[in-house]
Write a protein that binds this ligand. Structure first.
Ligand code: NAD
Length: 361
């Protein structure tokens, strides 16, 4: 049985609730650090948990099918919540109440009400709650955000967000299920680009949203067209293929978003633009568009640090560890997760009301 005390007091003893796909990415990065120890797992899939335990040298006796039992017996310093979205709230709150700091994967929760409960639980327990938004650690995001902070854009008026796959409906897990995930591409991949655009705009407070969703392909036989992830669960799929939405903020700014798992477009799109009074910015490829010397100029960074998915993921994991161990500020506080969740939920709520604007409290 795992000890309830750290083998070395300077190490962060971290446990996982949900040890599936993305948890493996967390573990790969954590295993590169010598100030952490992966101490336990909780997952309902005992067989895959056992494989993970072997892979990451975790005591098989520290594998639990019930996270409450794991929290009680292991008393980890920190917990990474990597379950399907609808379980984020319960797992996070239980971990916070058990005295652990928490990193919860994106989206923060399946609903805004759940996200609010999580923020409150973090406040009540005094423990740290961080959202797994790795894209705000991107060098491209930092380039734009710092330029906004330096005042180069003036007031940022508009954000345009696109997370569009031509055909990329996940054929694993429960990504086809609204009940398990809270929605489809908007909440699953739109959230990534939305959160970094919102962060880059200075995290204004959303006050209202409109949206429309469409399902036209994901609920049809998933084996008829050649594509990388054929065979998704089309018979039970009840999420959207395409979502479009618009959010208004308290400072007058507006953001539009398009997100799809399946859309008849030339190629996948994964970027955002922001437009301000004095300049505009594009995330990928990164550039700033402004006026200088009496001319319209395009500015591109001459060099950026490595900025791939894994580079940013490592930075997210490292920041969480340093936030827990050394109080280093996090870039992804729970309040930002809640603002993003409010936007997602209001877009879905508007879609359910035929596109009528929905106020965000
Ligand atoms: N940051 C990113 O880039 C990124 C990428 C992929 C997924 N995610 C997020 O990570 C989360 C998990 O996604 P995934 O791709 O790893 O899915 P997955 O299906 O591979 O893993 C989920 C795991 O949770 C386990 N689980 C289900 N019910 C449980 C319970 N009651 N108690 C404990 N474990 C339980 C499942 O058995 C499974 O092992 C989702 O919220 C998803 O949105 C984030």
């Amino acid at each position: 049985m795992p000890s309830s005390k750290s083998s070395s007091n300077s190490k962060l003893r971290i446990a996982f609730i949900g040890a599936g796909g993305i948890a493996g990415t967390h573990m790969n990065h954590l295993s590169k650090m010598d100030d952490i120890e992966i101490v336990a797992f909780a997952d309902v899939d005992a067989a895959s948990m056992a494989r993970r335990a072997e892979q990451f040298h975790v005591d098989p006796n520290a594998c639990f099918t019930d996270w409450k039992q794991m929290l009680r017996k292991v008393k980890p310093d920190a917990v990474s919540v990597c379950t399907p979205n609808k379980l984020h709230m319960a797992a996070t709150i239980d971990a916070l109440k058990a005295g652990a700091d928490v990193l919860v994967e994106k989206p923060m929760a399946a609903t805004a009400a759940d996200a609010r409960k999580m923020v409150n639980a973090a406040k009540q327990t005094g423990k740290k709650l961080v959202i797994g938004f790795q894209y705000r650690y991107s060098a491209k995001t930092a380039f734009l955000r710092r330029s906004v902070d330096e005042g180069r854009f003036g007031n940022v008026l508009y954000g345009r967000v696109q997370a569009l796959r031509r055909r990329g409906i996940p054929n694993w897990g429960v990504f086809h299920s609204k009940q398990a995930q809270g929605g489809g591409p908007l909440i699953d991949i739109g959230v990534h680009v939305l959160e970094m655009a919102h962060y880059t705009m200075g995290a204004p407070t959303p006050i209202a949203a409109t949206g429309t969703t469409f399902t036209y392909l994901g609920n049809r036989d998933s084996n008829t067209v050649e594509c990388p992830w054929k065979g998704w669960n089309w018979k039970e799929l009840d999420i959207e293929d395409l979502a479009v939405g618009q959010v208004r903020f308290d400072n007058g700014a507006v953001l539009t978003i398009e997100a799809s798992f399946a859309a008849h477009i030339e190629k996948n799109l994964w970027s955002f633009d922001i437009m301000g009074e004095n300049a505009g910015g594009r995330w990928d490829p990164p550039a700033i568009f402004t006026d200088q010397g009496g001319h319209m100029v395009n500015l591109e960074p001459h060099w950026l640090p490595p900025d791939g998915f894994q580079d940013n993921f490592f930075k997210k994991m490292r920041n969480f560890v340093e936030h827990c161990l050394h109080d280093k500020p996090t870039l992804a506080p729970a309040e930002h997760g809640l603002a993003v969740q409010n936007m997602l939920e209001a877009i879905y709520a508007s879609a359910a009301k035929g596109g009528k604007e929905v106020a965000i409290r």
